[in-house]
Design a protein around this ligand. Sequence first.
Ligand SMILES: [Cu+2]
Length: 443
Amino acid sequence: MRVNRISRARSRTMAGLSVAALTVGATSAAGPAAAEPAAKPKAAPAAAADCSAAYKIEQKLATGTKWTMCWRYDSYAGLVLENISYQPKGEARPIRVLTSAKLAQIHVPYDDGSVEYDDLTGAGFAQGLMNMKPGECPGGTIKTVKVPDSWDPENSNVKGLCTTTRSRGHAYRMQGNSANKVWQKQGKDLLVYTVNQTGWYEYITEWRFQDDGTVNMNVGATGSLAPGDYDAGDGRGWPIGKGAKDYATSHSHNVFWRLNFGLDGSSKNKVEQYDSVVSPPAGGGEAPSNKTTRKKITKELAGNAKNMRWWRVVSTVGKNKDEHARSYEIVPGVTSKYPGRSYTKRDIYFTEYKKCEQFASHNPRNCGAGAGKSVDKWVNGQNLTRPVVWVNSGFHHVARDEDQQPMPVHWQGFSIVPRDVTAMNPLTPPALADQNGHVENGR
Ligand SMILES: [Cu+2]
């Protein structure tokens, strides 16, 4: 966010601290956060989340699905979720999905070219963790988070991590022509979120774990537009005051996520890209035809979303009860891609795991001379055996009158959806469990 020095000091109650102070605290990002339990085994993750109770999130949803994970708090990334496992009813053991998941940058360039921010590594996103009262974590639990390298050591313990559950409407409905019964289920989600103030903005980082195995990652921006920016010219902003006054400067929020998959407990995963080509009706056919082809992504890739294109990450060790390899599909959200920087030019990056590669731009860790500081530089032809997935979701924020006051939350993000993780719908009622593939008994 745009932060003039005065507004930051005011909003943070940390007057006198500057960007320089952030740099001092930077080193600990290279190691585990102070709050992280010591001696956590790195290799061969166990099926269940292996962390102490204080850092465990475990939720069995009303529909029988259980999600388990560990959390920690990083001095740049904020909330980091680790060892995320999914266990629908009918599965004897938890199924590991992700080794780690976190935000990897929020890049905010302004349309007048005056400035750009890297909110995570350069503007104190993690430091801005906000206290929540029970009212903004309805029905849930608010955990206390110790902010590492706190700019404000006396207030480094923040009641800042909400875990709760929410209904999402129909998980499914089926009646058909002949059935005399309606099969329907209302889906339930586990929600995990923090609020981080960065300048005048407040970002809600939300992780939503559905009982059908889908995970939604979204960032919502709210708070307030920065009043110091009501000075834009034509084509660079939008008037939000009376008449042709108070032109708030337009800007982009380019949010990056970093997902380290660990399907079935193994970091060795495969990546596939699928594309479809539609052809006009031919050979007496009535309708256009469509051919979908798979491309194995064996080397690092900087990819672009495209109509009818999708990717999936495939387990090399686990199969479902239909003998199909388990996988997770990456489903992009609505995005407005910002072409201004090398790292914002692509929608997705698949890189070979390297410990120092943690942030999509202005990576604070040392990857060696000439290694580059952004994710696009790390796509350099390596074989992809332990893929890390970086997703870039852009939002071009042209302010509107409704943005005052407070600014309504605007969301951006994407999902990962299970593909063949279970042999059937994980919420299938027992009476329909024989309908795997062909339908039995003439139904
Ligand atoms: Cu904005």
